[in-house]
Design a protein around this ligand. Structure first.
Ligand code: MN
Length: 134
């Protein structure tokens, strides 16, 4: 069984460490970047199964980076899950409009985090199967 690869793009080091620890403890292979620019470079290079994308990043923000991934034929199939500090009404719409497959609010809920990530990977996999040319 191949292990799922996750790319985390997050500039908050505590949050990055928590997400990394949870994912690695559950068998995921984790790569990370602290800026959108570095994250996009890594996404194109490693083509992870899922990108966990903080919205608030220095330089290009996470929404811009999500749009970039979805606009590029080489990366548009990647599952992208936004990570936002605000649980504000309208956040989900903003995330989905940017091309995210879903979003999570911070702080990360350690009880549901892995289940949610697994769910988004499975959804992206089934979408790819459906979209596969005959
Ligand atoms: Mn941030």
């Amino acid at each position: 069984m191949t292990r799922n690869r996750i790319l985390i793009i997050e500039d908050n080091l505590l949050n990055l460490e928590l997400a990394t620890d949870l994912l690695e403890a559950n068998g995921f292979v984790v790569s990370s970047a602290q800026t959108a620019e570095e994250g996009l470079r890594l996404a194109r290079e490693i083509l992870p199964d899922l990108v966990l994308m903080d919205f608030g990043l220095p330089g290009m923000d996470g929404l811009g980076a999500a749009k970039d991934l979805k606009a590029n034929p080489a990366t548009r199939h990647l599952a992208v899950v936004g990570l936002t500090a605000h649980a504000m009404k309208g956040d989900e719409e903003i995330a989905l409009n940017a091309g995210c497959d879903g979003y999570l609010t911070k702080p990360i809920d350690t009880r549901t985090f892995i289940g949610t990530i697994t769910h988004f990977i499975a959804s992206a996999d089934s979408r790819q199967t459906i979209n596969k040319p005959l």
